[in-house]
Design a protein around this ligand. Structure first.
Ligand code: AGP
Length: 608
């Protein structure tokens, strides 16, 4: 969850590291620091707070160097303060380490190091790595690191350098991601590709159990047993412009606005309206195995889990294909009965969520084919899954997922159509009807975005409420969950997503004039039932905002309306989620919240 950056090259290291940290800040933002080496001397700068605080301190006390490491932290061990901020050092201050993840056996290691006379400056687990390298060092940094990785337990990625073996940066991966960027005469190391994109699109993804050596004479890779590994350089198709705000106040707002284009890109080339076929080339090689599957087991966390719930309904209704959806964090600890006829679908924007990866690893050789629905090429999930369906959302920087959610449901719609086609359970006319309407979705999304002002006005009217209920049924239930998640994660307002029919079994007790209800009520098969829920709320003096494509049918029963265009009932989530994202955004912005970097959160959750 922390962000690591390393640089070795001719530019100002401080400038490259700080700019890199700015791009990585969404991974963690409670403290930050850099270490740069100049003239054989290490210069350190660390602060509690954000990258802007680090920049302010660097302005007051400038440092620079020929190479260096930087870190932005999401605290696990030790409070977020200056002392615990990375980089950390050995006793002599000649070895520098930045780390992401957890060293689970650090207490035992620390005890042994204390007995050997090492002294510790911080409360972190990371510091043991610096002292272990010191203890194992005999002239060559990578040799010391090879010995140290044998001693560490847990899930970690770290980078280190030492003035005792200069002009060298070592990167180690055993869990969280670490990527090497290659340019003429310069090397980068980072927790994800975003900070590297400013400099080069040529990257190498470290695999688990690998060590990268970035040195002025070139690159080397080893596995943890010390064997040389040959790695391939990949060319990314993301551009640096994609990670700029481009005039928007926040990344989240920009990413909400990108959704029509994201859907266009994600479905591009997949719909053959002449033949009524869905073409997903990545499935071709496994088509027979996929056809043989009897049900889907969808695994994901957070927003991706909500997309999975929509996927379940799409599979059932489009392909007559049974599906169940599981929280990866729960699934990994259950004794699940899974068979080779189960199609496993792991959904993750980042492809680095520790729980999702652990659940998928637990299923290997037990279930059937594993499909990853992921936004990041080269991510761990993509490299471990048998089949990948990429969401073409481009980099998502806002911590609250928006455009990747829409892209995930676009991929799930395509997959449902493909399965229906492959299993011959989907009549051609029905497929065509959905395909035609799917093509129109980007345009319908643009219509909603054009009504931004009225959504903003409504959001401001509701910004002072402390609690919200979000209700939906059938395919709108996951949307209600997602709308509530968006509101709570960026505005810190309590919001509960509930299935409309379940309200009478408990949550109705909460309804009063202080608890508004956002009702997601498109005109679908469950519309009339949702109307009954509206009556129940009104009878208890509840305030209702209705998100609907059928305002005329709601009449006086609701207090406020959020109108959306009509679409095919199975595609309404594309349109209902958008106003909910904007509603949450405008409330959070009105309250002055840090929309892109909400407290306590991090973009990719690479620890359990
Ligand atoms: C979404 O707004 C959240 N930040 C979070 O729930 C996220 O969806 C979850 O951590 C899963 O991430 P992933 O898609 O990268 O696996």
């Amino acid at each position: 969850m922390c962000g690591i950056i390393g640089y070795l090259g001719p530019k100002s290291s401080t400038a490259v590291l700080v700019e890199g940290l700015r791009k990585l800040e969404y991974r963690g933002y409670d403290s930050a620091g850099i270490a740069v080496v100049s003239g054989g001397k290490i210069n350190l700068c660390r602060v509690k707070g954000k990258i802007k605080d680090l920049e302010a301190l660097l302005k007051k006390n400038p440092i620079d160097g020929d190479y260096g490491l930087g870190h932005t932290r999401w605290a696990t061990h030790g409070r977020p303060n200056e002392i615990n901020a990375h980089p950390h050092q050995d006793c002599q201050g000649k070895i520098i380490v930045v780390h992401n993840g957890i060293i689970e056996n650090y207490i035992i290691l620390k005890q042994k190091l204390l007995e050997k006379g090492h002294f510790f400056r911080t409360e972190t687990d990371t510091e043991v790595i610096a002292h272990l390298i010191e203890e194992n060092f005999s002239g060559c940094l990578e040799e010391a690191v090879k010995r140290v990785v044998q001693l560490l337990e847990g899930s970690f990625a770290f980078a280190c350098l030492s003035t005792l073996d200069p002009e060298k940066i070592i990167g180690v991966r055993s869990g969280p991601p670490l990527i090497v960027g290659v340019n003429d005469k310069e090397f980068f190391l980072a927790s994800d590709v975003v900070p590297i994109l400013d400099h080069t699109r040529r990257v190498i993804f470290l695999d688990d159990g690998e060590i990268a050596v970035l040195a002025s004479e070139g690159l080397k890779f080893f596995d943890f047993s010390g064997q040389t590994v040959n790695k391939t350089i990949m060319e990314l198709n993301w551009s640096p412009l994609m990670v700029e705000k481009r005039g928007f106040k926040h990344f989240m707002l920009k990413e909400i606005y990108e959704q029509p284009q994201v859907i266009r890109e994600t479905i591009s080339g997949a719909l053959s309206l002449d033949t009524g076929e869905v073409i997903l080339p990545n499935l071709a090689a496994s088509a027979e195995r996929l056809k043989a599957c009897r049900q889907a087991v969808i695994i994901a966390c957070g927003t991706s889990y909500h997309a999975g719930l929509i996927g379940q309904i799409l599979f059932e209704s489009i392909a007559a294909f049974p599906a169940k959806v599981e929280y990866a964090s729960e699934f990994r600890y259950r004794d699940c009965l899974i068979s080779p006829e189960d199609l496993v679908i792991a959904i993750s924007q980042s492809g680095e969520t520790a729980d999702t990866l652990a659940a998928v690893r637990g299923l290997k050789d037990k279930g059937g084919p594993i499909i990853a629905i992921c936004n990041v090429l080269g991510s761990t999930l993509v490299r471990e899954a048998e089949i990948t369906l990429l969401t073409q959302a481009g980099p998502e920087v806002g911590v609250a997922a928006t455009k990747t959610f829409s892209a995930q449901i676009a991929v799930l719609t395509l997959l449902a159509l493909w399965l229906g086609q492959a299993k011959r359970s989907l009549p051609k006319e029905k497929a065509l009807e959905i395909m035609l309407e799917l093509q129109r979705i980007p345009h319908r999304m643009e219509e909603i975005l054009n009504c931004q002002d009225s959504i903003e006005t409504l959001a401001h009217r509701f910004a002072s409420y402390a609690h919200f209920l979000y209700l939906g049924r059938w395919i709108s239930f996951p949307v209600a969950l997602e709308g509530a998640l968006k509101l709570k994660e960026i505005s810190y307002i309590h919001a509960e997503g509930y299935a409309g029919g379940e309200m009478k079994h408990g949550p109705i007790a909460l309804i009063d004039e202080k608890m508004p209800t956002m009702v997601v009520i498109p005109k679908d098969r469950i519309f009339e039932k949702m109307l009954s829920n509206l009556h129940e709320i009104k009878a208890r003096d509840g305030l209702i905002i209705a998100l609907t494509d059928s305002p005329a049918d709601l009449g006086q029963q609701v207090d406020y309306l959020l109108p959306i265009p009509s679409t095919h009932p199975l595609l309404t989530p594309f349109l209902t989620v958008l106003p909910l994202q904007l509603f949450a955004y405008f409330i959070a912005n009105r309250l002055g919240a840090d929309v892109d970097q909400p407290r306590n959160l991090a973009k990719s959750v690479t620890v359990e």
